[in-house]
Unconditional design. Structure first.
Length: 810
């Protein structure tokens, strides 16, 4: 019976709460919108966290999928790739995995259906789909029988490629595609979230010891861990295997090494995980600001409801019953805010995902408003109802509930010192939290401007970049690849509008291959990696890289693959600080190893060029070699005089003249490449922080404006009395605005203290000092100025009061 009575009381509270909120639409709208903005940001960021960090992959028992990592304790980074023979050794000898798969990403040439296209191919072992545990959307996946010597050639398509290229046509099953000159039958389509290594097409492959597979040199190893395997047991199991591999191929592994496991979730860049958690903390602060704002609104309204509460108490309602009624109203506000917040989050998620820099989150990530996100939003709503509703509800019931009935009819009910202190404290908290958000946004804005101001030493808008990936089926060795580019480059240089054409294995300022270097005849063995560019003689000229000393290698030296090198100033500073580097020999021992196998990896330094940005926004030691030494260069950089788009069409035409089946990909200006690869990450952080900080600032200013307006309304008679006793309009204006200024200054001081602590976690995400005085001064002044502006209208209204009318106010 008591349960039914409780439910009946709850329904009564709900009905009464609806009526009360409907009678004050302005208050209700402001409270719901304030809370909705906080819940919107929190829900949106949790959706991203859930889809990218907590549940990024659709594979079965994803926490048991592990790579074997080998690393040098004194170095940086690790490796999870192995030669095919090394993979077979680990697969055969380990006792910790239920199954092991291998895959390798490579360019796949699709011909025979119009213009040749480069696809992102994934050569996978035949057990891959079984280990990952995701069934196909249509048809079947690769099976073990597909690896038999007499099995027909098959392939499986990725969902996005299927949609993009075939419009989702199910009749593509059974169709033959000519991939790398092999006709393969499409046997399956994978579901949308199956994006294993971001491939367009999956091709089965079988490895045998000592036998090379065309297009496959190294493979990424992944295994499904057996139940109960610990890190210590895994290391004990893998160590003798790696020791044996190290004994057979000493150059393949570092001298000092360790082996362990790396979970699949750890394989994507950790930087995005860290910034997402930082942003999640930022929206938590925004939600607290929203709660403080709504709590202040409830405290303001409690003054006008004291008689109503007193009547209910006089009719027998206990304090607990009244608190429950007030909390029910808070819950209704929270639920309405949750509905609004989830709707806004759903609309805003697309914008957030569109800003995420390419390559920073797993391709399999699905960021949506799903059941876990909805449950999180409901939980946040319930928590916020307690956060913003409990203090006003308890305060409303702490004083003598019947006292208002004893006051003269129509008399004004005062706010009380405790309520004033509580409301002032909430506004100070809003200001302080808002400043923390603004400080974070200020540091991100400064970081973006610092990056945009970097002088790269060339004009990226005039540089056209593109990739010409030569398939191994047509160009199996360095000799043929070199011959292709030796014929192509003069043709491109002759195209109208082309001022210079360079070739490289990658491009400035995004880094390149990193190899350890040794200086012949040097007593000090500094083998730290340097950036290695493999270029033609025109490459420095195309980018405007200035020659300072010596000479650039000649076209004839490039054709003959002479062992000559050009280095930058930073290289000289590290390796030849006291000697003329011209004529000295440098060695790149890694080039003796597969797949290069140079008999002698020594190069004579013939020139020194000026430092340019070559690693994001840094300058690192670098070496320029003739591209013909390894034949691996395939990025073309063209300095255009006219329209880059017109030049791109002409360059494509020259490529197709030499080889009609050769695709040209990634055609972009270097300006666009920089925007996507360098600036997009800083812009992503800056925009989100600025949006959250802007919302926090708006809520804090609304709270301050509401407090000052309510103060003026509550102190109308006092203001009238002061004016009657001789206070002027200016005195009243300064009194009212002064209160707002004092609250702002207290909040800013507290906020600065909190910001100094909070921004420590952002040190790795910013390019300025975490205590950057410019950022902190700017956001403090902004907050103070906007806050004072919010106080202006209430102060002006108070200064214009008629003293006689004010004294008659009830």
């Amino acid at each position: 019976m008591k349960k039914f009575l409780w439910a009946d009381h709850f329904l009564q509270d709900l009905r009464y709460g609806f009526r009360i909120l409907a009678k004050t639409p302005g208050f209700t709208l402001l409270a719901v919108v304030s809370l909705g903005l906080g819940i919107m940001a929190t829900t949106a960021m949790y959706s991203v966290i859930h889809g990218v960090v907590l549940n990024p992959f659709p594979y079965r028992d994803v926490d048991t999928l592990m790579s074997v990592k080998v690393w040098d304790p004194g170095g940086r980074g690790w490796r999870t790739y192995y030669s095919t023979d090394q993979f077979l050794e680990i697969e055969a000898r380990n006792s910790i995995f239920e199954g092991v798969i291998a895959s390798t990403i490579s360019d796949v040439l699709w011909t025979g259906d119009g213009e040749p296209r480069r696809l992102r191919g994934n050569h996978v072992t035949t057990n891959t789909f079984q280990i990952l545990g995701v069934p196909p959307l249509l048809g079947r996946s690769v099976a073990r029988d597909d690896g038999a010597p007499d099995a027909p050639a098959v392939c499986v398509l990725g969902y996005r490629f299927w949609q993009r290229q075939f419009g989702g046509d199910p009749n593509v099953l059974g169709r033959e595609l000519r991939l790398n000159d092999v006709r393969r039958t499409v046997v399956g389509i994978m579901p949308p979230r199956f994006m294993w290594r971001g491939a367009d097409v999956y091709i089965p492959v079988v490895f045998q010891r000592g036998k090379a597979v065309e297009g496959v040199r190294y493979v990424h190893l992944l295994g499904r861990l057996k139940p109960g395997v610990t890190e210590a047991r895994a290391e004990a199991d893998l160590r003798p295997i790696i020791e044996e591999l190290k004994r057979r191929e000493p150059s393949e592994f570092p001298d000092r090494w360790r082996v362990g496991l790396l979970s699949l979730k750890e394989t994507f860049p950790s930087g995005i995980r860290e910034i997402l958690w930082i942003l999640f903390g930022a929206v938590g602060l925004l939600l607290l600001i929203a709660c403080a704002n709504v709590s202040n609104l409830l405290l303001s309204r409690s003054a006008s409801r004291q008689r109503e509460i007193a009547v209910r108490a006089a009719l027998g309602a206990g304090r607990g019953r009244i608190v429950r009624q007030l909390l029910t109203e808070s819950l209704l506000i929270a639920l309405a805010g949750a509905v609004l917040g989830v709707a806004l989050a759903h609309a805003g998620l697309r914008a957030i995902i569109a800003m995420v820099p390419p390559g920073t989150i797993p391709d399999e990530s699905e960021v949506v408003i799903n059941l876990p996100v909805l449950l999180f939003s409901v939980g946040v709503s319930a928590l916020t109802a307690l956060l913003f509703g409990l203090a006003p509800a308890l305060y409303a019931c702490t004083r003598d509930l019947v006292q208002p009935l004893k006051e003269a009819a129509g008399a004004s009910v005062g706010g009380g010192a405790r309520r004033t202190i509580l409301r002032d404290g909430l506004v100070v908290a809003e200001v302080a939290l808002s400043l923390v958000l603004l400080a974070g946004a200020g540091l991100m804005i400064r970081t973006l401007f610092v990056q945009l101001a970097v002088d790269f030493g060339f004009q990226p808008g005039r540089l056209l970049t593109m990739r010409i990936p030569l398939p191994e089926q047509h160009y199996p060795d360095a000799l043929r690849r070199n011959a292709f580019f030796q014929e192509l480059l003069p043709r491109i240089a002759a195209v109208p509008g082309v001022m210079s054409a360079g070739l490289n294995t990658w491009m400035h300022p995004l880094g390149n291959w990193r190899l350890p270097v040794e200086m012949a005849g040097s007593a000090e063995k500094d083998t730290r990696p340097v950036i290695m560019h493999q270029v033609n003689a025109e490459y420095p000229r195309a980018l405007g890289i200035q020659l300072l000393h010596g000479r650039m290698f000649t076209d004839q030296e490039v054709v003959r693959a002479e062992r000559v090198a050009v280095v930058n100033q930073m290289f000289v500073k590290r390796h030849n600080p006291d000697r003329d580097p011209i004529g000295r020999l440098l060695r790149l021992p890694r080039l003796q190893e597969p797949p290069f196998r140079l008999p002698d990896p020594s190069f004579q330094i013939v020139g020194v060029v000026k430092d340019v940005i070559n690693a994001g926004d840094q300058v690192e030691p670098e070496v320029y070699l003739p591209y013909t030494v390894t034949g691996r260069a395939d990025y073309l950089i063209v300095l255009a005089q006219g329209d880059p788009a017109a030049v791109a069409r002409a360059v494509r035409a020259q490529v197709y003249t030499l080889d009609p089946n050769q695709p040209v990909t990634n055609v972009k200006t270097l300006e666009r490449v920089l925007d996507e690869e360098v600036f997009s990450y800083a812009r992503f952080k800056m925009v989100l922080f600025s949006v959250f900080a802007g919302l926090g600032l708006a809520l804090a200013v609304i709270g301050l404006h509401g407090l000052i307006s309510h103060t003026v309304a509550q102190q109308t008679q006092e203001i009238g009395l002061r004016m009657a006793l001789g206070a002027g309009s200016g005195d009243i204006f300064r009194m009212v605005a002064g209160k707002g200024a004092r609250l702002l200054m207290i909040g800013i001081v507290i906020g600065l203290t909190g910001s100094f602590a909070a921004t420590r976690v952002m040190a790795a995400e910013i390019a300025v000092s975490q205590l950057d005085p410019v950022s902190f001064a700017a956001v403090s002044l902004l907050l103070f100025a906007v806050g004072l502006a919010a106080c202006f209208w209430p102060a002006r209204r108070a200064a214009r009061l008629d003293p006689m009318r004010a004294l008659r106010e009830e």
